[in-house]
Design a protein around this ligand. Structure first.
Ligand SMILES: [Fe+2]
Length: 303
């Protein structure tokens, strides 16, 4: 199942671009130098793409497909090529239609053509079975859990744990469930050699009047005592922020590539440069004239 989409050959890319209408992105692909080498410590982090079947779809005055095209161009234009990308859920516009995923796949095809593996998570606007079916041809990895989209992705300086907080499509709260949290605990305990970075679509909340993750306390009971867990990365709120909890665990809220709910927030993506004892995060805005475009936040891992 397609938790991981492997790179496309040029032939595959061209055929998918023609089917999906991604011809406008060919320019980005053509600019890639032959034999492009990626930096194993640099990761592209995207969230909340909200792609509809119709590329012209506009929500909150934003054309989501145009935003994702701009982000894809920016990822490919980076002087330091990322090793891989994570797209952290709400891939689809609203209800996770099969046709949404066809357009999404066409829009991200240039990344795959550039030899960038993609690790995909699901959000509350995704539909798990339709996602799996739509991308079935790209299945490369066996699912650790039969009914959830989870994975451990090993990097030189971190183990990424990509979780599945989708509970019900187009219903806001997220939920992991006991089986997924038990899998996470086992996997974390089996891989203590490198920093663990845990990625979920839904954000934690400190406001007791708002439920974002139904079993948030159970998630944090797994994360906080395991000192190898250095950061929890999430999306969902369409907010860019970095905080640290009382245990030293970093909470990294990835911006949406699509629309925002608060005009002060950026739409964009984040470059994560992993260091031996921390990470440097670079904000990339869809609107490069924003003051926060290029903002850097440097974090040190707890010990
Ligand atoms: Fe979203």
């Amino acid at each position: 199942m397609p938790i991981t989409l492997p790179p496309l050959t040029r032939r595959q890319f061209l055929s998918r671009s023609l089917i999906g209408g991604a011809g406008l992105l060919l320019g980005s692909c053509a600019r890639l130098p032959a034999g492009r080498r990626a930096d194993p410590h640099t990761w592209a982090l995207l969230s909340d793409t909200h792609i509809a079947a119709d590329r012209a779809k506009v929500a909150r005055n934003i054309a989501m497909a145009a935003h994702l095209e701009a982000v894809v161009r920016d990822v490919l234009a980076q002087p330091v090529a990322p090793a891989a990308a994570i797209v952290n859920g709400d891939l689809a516009y609203n209800t996770g239609e099969s046709t949404d995923y066809a357009t999404f796949a066409a829009l991200i095809a240039p990344l795959r053509a550039a030899a960038l593996p993609l690790h995909l998570a699901l959000g509350n606007h995704d539909h798990r079975e339709r996602f799996w079916t739509a991308l079935a041809d790209d299945a490369t990895a066996r699912r650790p859990l039969a009914d959830r989209q989870v994975a451990r992705v090993a990097a030189e300086r971190a183990n990424w744990f990509i979780l599945d907080s989708l509970d019900q499509t187009n219903k806001t709260p997220g939920r992991f469930g006991e089986a997924q949290l038990a899998w996470l605990a086992r996997e974390l305990d089996a891989h203590t050699d490198r920093p663990a970075l845990v990625v979920t679509h839904h954000n934690p909340t400190t406001d007791p009047t708002k439920v974002s993750i139904i079993d948030e306390a159970a998630l944090y009971a797994v994360l906080q005592p395991r000192r190898q867990v250095k950061a929890h990365l999430f999306g969902h709120s369409h907010v860019w922020s970095v905080k640290t909890d009382a245990t030293g665990l970093h909470r990294i809220n990835l911006p949406a590539t699509a629309y925002v709910f608060d005009a002060a927030q950026p739409a964009g993506w984040v470059i994560a440069q992993l260091a031996p004892r921390g990470v440097k995060l670079h904000l990339r805005c869809v609107d490069p004239t924003r003051k926060d475009h290029g903002e850097v936040k440097e974090l040190t891992w707890r010990v």
